[in-house]
Design a protein around this ligand. Structure first.
Ligand SMILES: *Cc1c(COP(=O)(O)O)cnc(C)c1O
Length: 399
């Protein structure tokens, strides 16, 4: 079903101020999310913050159950965090690893995640191995199977990276990992809210996501999915009041992912995340995903036709993030030029996607990431600005 773009834009006050093409960083929030966050902050100031949380209990819990509904799991398989990095770190810290254990990861891991693996190796003595890729930048499930032996204790993949339009075949890889019974972690920070993410289909043990990106939720929100049976084996690196039951003598970890809960949280943002997920569900992620694909494919085609621009995305299937380089122009300066024209984009530096960008010898990429609420006209404006830049260079070169 095609979506009503006029309504999507009317729900998004930000589109009147800027052409926002930095959705892979953080999206413009829709009105209902902004309203929910602001009205909870107001309620806190009027009746008292704890008292406001009691009044808003249902909306607060909806954060968790909405995420569960979105990714097709049980509510007790979700723990809430203030970022995907925190969620990922909590998962890594709770899986027992020791010297000689092997951990296989994709080269698409986000900078913080990769550093988290290096830190894991330092802490536990495990060996972190970055998997090779084929010409399309993808990890091959058969190649992965050949590398697995009894010392492999963890496999981690990023569903879609933050610096490239490619989509990883996480479900096919999941089937391979499942055969061996090794814990399988998936980073869905860029994919939740953008494309359908189903943890049963991916068949992973852990999956993390964030709220501010394609889910259009508030900043400082993230979540962890831990498969029920898997979560029962996890020993969190730290615990807090809501994650344990204390009987006066000892304590028991809460069932499932709830063992990661502490007590304090940013209530307004949590409520906002629930509203954002409900808002995404009301459109239907499969519907908004179809529009993102159409917009991004058109943008890639138009950008590739501009002399001096190279679209750097790989992969066989691509999503809404378009990565490009502009010949003779530093990405930072191109971004600044676009910003002056009222267009938000972003620059990915090699610290954010260390392994992949280092392997390819790319130090920076201009990232243009579209969401369903973007208009064709906004994308045309991007191309016009970039074309005027590159045409200017060509003319200088001639004169
Ligand atoms: C943004 C991002 C993260 C980290 O999310 P935070 O919420 O900023 O911690 C992890 N992985 C990928 C692929 C990302 O794009």
């Amino acid at each position: 079903m095609s979506i009503n773009v006029m309504r999507a834009r009317a729900d998004t006050p930000g589109v009147n101020h800027v052409a926002h093409l930095n959705n892979a960083g953080a999206s413009l929030a829709p009105k209902p999310v902004v309203q929910a966050v602001m009205s909870h902050l107001r309620l806190e100031s009027e009746v008292g913050p704890y008292e406001a949380a009691e009044l808003a209990r249902v909306a607060l819990e909806r954060g968790r159950s909405a995420v569960a509904e979105l990714i097709n799991c049980h509510t007790d398989e979700i723990a809430m965090f203030e970022s995907a990095t925190r969620a990922w770190g909590a998962a890594l810290a709770s899986i027992p690893l020791g010297p000689g254990d092997r951990v296989l990861i994709s080269p698409m891991e986000y900078g913080s995640s990769y550093l988290g693996f290096l830190h894991l190796a330092r802490r536990t003595g495990c060996r972190v191995e970055v998997l090779p890729t084929d010409a399309d930048g993808l990890v091959d499930a058969d190649d992965l199977r050949d590398r697995i032996d009894e010392r492999v204790k963890l496999v981690a993949m990023t569903h879609v990276p933050m610096h490239d339009g490619l989509i990883y075949p996480v479900a096919a890889i999941g089937r391979t990992v499942r055969e061996s019974g090794i814990p399988y972690l998936v980073d869905a920070s860029q994919s939740v809210g953008q494309l359908p993410v189903d943890v049963r289909e991916i068949d992973c043990d852990v999956l993390v996501g964030c709220g501010r990106k394609f889910l259009r939720g508030p900043r400082g929100t993230g979540f962890l999915y831990a498969r029920r049976e898997f979560a029962e084996q996890l020993l969190p690196g730290s615990v807090g009041l809501d994650g344990v039951a204390w009987d006066g003598v000892g304590y028991r970890l809460a069932p499932g992912a709830r063992r990661f809960d502490t007590w304090e949280t940013n209530c307004a943002s949590r409520i906002g995340l629930g509203v954002a997920v409900d808002y995404a569900l009301s459109w239907g992620v499969e519907n908004t995903w179809r529009r993102i694909q159409v917009l991004a494919a058109g943008l890639r085609r138009d950008l590739a036709a501009i002399p001096g621009i190279t679209v750097e995305d790989r992969g066989r299937e691509r999503y809404g993030t378009v990565a490009l380089t502009v010949h003779g122009h530093a990405a930072e300066l191109v971004r600044a030029q676009l910003q002056r024209a009222g267009i938000n984009t972003w620059v990915c530096l090699s610290n954010a996607a260390c392994v992949d960008m280092q392997r390819r010898g790319i130090s920076s990429l201009l990232r243009v990431s579209v969401h369903y609420y973007n208009s064709v006209e906004e994308l045309t404006r991007v191309c016009d600005v970039l074309e005027s830049l590159t045409v200017g260079t060509a003319m200088r070169a001639v004169s």
